[in-house]
Write a protein that binds this ligand. Sequence first.
Ligand SMILES: [Zn+2]
Length: 116
Amino acid sequence: MAVSLRTLDDGAWVSVEDERRVGASELWYVTGVCDCEVADFVVEGITDVDVDGRTIAAETYGTCIRCGRSVTTDPVPVGRLVDGAFEPLAAEAVRIPWGDSVGWQVSPVSGTSGDD
Ligand SMILES: [Zn+2]
């Protein structure tokens, strides 16, 4: 099944099937983008979107507000396709950029229950 993926509004949004689904200014927990174990990464822009199987990822740039470092990321998972529909990742998920050395997976934040 072909799904339309692109960036919109000069990198402010990831568009899935022409709907704005993931936007800049979100706060993500991301590993491997700075010296923090888990970065508090504020997305400032989206440069590209990619898909691996059912997983949709965005190449982004932004700032870790924990250490202040500005970083550009490899594709970071933002959601997945389930029966052709986009499901965003949970806000508390730890996102691991899609790179040769760090793998491709999403795991819960340690120390949280997973439920609100
Ligand atoms: Zn950091």
